[in-house]
Design a protein around this ligand. Structure first.
Ligand SMILES: Nc1ncnc2c1ncn2[C@@H]1O[C@H](COP(=O)(O)OP(=O)(O)OP(=O)(O)O)[C@@H](O)[C@H]1O
Ligand SMILES: [Mg+2]
Length: 365
């Protein structure tokens, strides 16, 4: 009950407006893939094209090796769960879950079997006779998932299904969804602009921006080896620090990079001989910067705002040239606004992006 999904050179245009351009993506059977990106980047559109709710302008989509972009939604073997659960208010939970199956003329006892089994999986068996207005947001959400499960689809498509839930319930439902995926083993595509959801749920994340896929990778891939400045700035909280590169010099053991903020730093990175420092950006995450004792070696930083998160503190400060920098400090640290600190950077943790925004990978020699 799980299928691969193949998206080949798919383009979507609304009149003169190109929303997605030449998108290709292979999803393995049983994989949990998350589409992540800023609002308006085309996540829902791509999902809706897989579901059959939008036509493709060009390209093909296949499910389990069979081309589906020419088939109506009901014939594609996929089930979609929406952000607005779209339950029928006058029907009970059980009727809401049965309705789609009755419509295709499925036998009564088979419908009964599927609804009861889905209700058990989702722990909503005690709610079957209730109407949606007497359910909490989280319960409605599970009914909407139940309605998808009873179809026994080859793939589930979720469009921001958790965004109407409060923070605590959202976290719990996220875990339940991960367990559900584990239990059903179905292919799942999940759209979100919440990077925590993406990082925790995904086998692979597809990061989208401006009509294109920026990077496809495991959560750790996209976090540790962002392929572009966009991905580096989008994944991770707080966002990665970026510094404009002034010059660099190549040595056998890596590149010395000079920025106004940090002066000259050794990065251990290698770039092609033709690469130019003009327009390049040096990146480093807050967690790869450490506050060291006043007598230590490092960069002088004046703290402006300190965010205390309990387990850690985030120090937002400014370097002597005016460059802003956020640094992670211990949760028990007593740093306060106005303090002058010495900050040192982990030399193995620098990222470097060319003028075109693409990363120079650490592995490249
Ligand atoms: N029917 C339509 N006609 C014209 N433009 C559309 C239509 N539907 C969507 N768009 C445009 O396509 C782009 C992608 O929309 P889409 O809904 O896929 O974004 P999204 O990534 O899901 O954003 P969000 O995170 O806000 O849900 C947007 O710029 C949107 O304005
Ligand atoms: Mg959307």
């Amino acid at each position: 009950m799980s299928a691969s999904i193949e998206i080949d050179n798919v383009t979507k245009r609304y009149g003169a407006l190109t929303v997605l351009e030449d998108i290709s993506l292979s999803i393995e059977a049983g994989e949990f893939v998350v589409f992540l990106g800023p609002s308006g980047c085309g996540k829902s559109t791509l999902l809706r094209m897989i579901a059959g709710l939008e036509d493709v302008t060009a390209g093909t989509i296949s499910v389990a090796g069979q081309r589906v972009d020419t088939l109506p939604p009901g014939k594609r073997g996929v089930a979609m769960v929406f952000q607005s659960y779209a339950l029928y208010p006058h029907m009970t939970v059980k009727q809401n879950m049965s309705f789609g199956l009755e419509n295709i003329g499925m036998a009564r006892d088979e419908i009964e079997r599927r609804v009861l089994s889905a209700a058990e999986t989702l722990e909503i068996g005690h709610l079957l006779d209730r109407k949606p207005q007497k359910l909490s947001g989280g319960q409605r959400q599970r009914v909407a998932i139940g309605r998808a499960i009873v179809k026994e689809p080859k793939a589930f498509l979720f469009d921001e299904p958790l965004s109407n839930l409060d923070a605590a319930l959202r976290g719990r439902t996220r875990l339940e969804l991960a367990q559900l995926h584990h239990r059903l083993g179905s292919t799942m595509i999940f759209v979100t602009h919440d990077q925590v959801e993406a990082m925790t749920l995904a086998d692979r994340i597809v990061i989208m921006n401006a009509r294109k896929i920026e990077q496809i990778g495991t959560p750790m891939d996209v976090y540790q080896r962002p392929a572009s400045k966009f991905v580096a700035g989008f994944i991770g909280s707080p966002a990665m620090n970026f510094l404009d590169v002034e010059t660099w010099t190549q040595h056998a053991d890596g590149l010395s990079v000079t920025t106004a903020g940090l002066g000259r730093v050794e990065t251990g990175l290698h770039v092609p001989a033709t690469a130019q420092p003009k327009g390049a950006t040096l990146g480093i995450r807050a967690e790869d910067l450490t506050v060291v004792p006043q007598s230590g070696m490092g960069h002088a930083l004046t703290a402006e705002v300190v965010e205390r998160l309990g387990d850690r503190s985030l120090v937002y400060g400014v370097l002597d040239d005016g460059t802003k920098l956020v640094v992670e400090a211990d949760g028990r640290s007593v740093i306060k606004a106005g303090d002058r600190l010495i900050v040192s950077a982990d030399p193995t943790a620098f990222h470097l992006f060319g003028a075109d925004g693409r990363a120079f990978p650490r592995e490249a020699h």
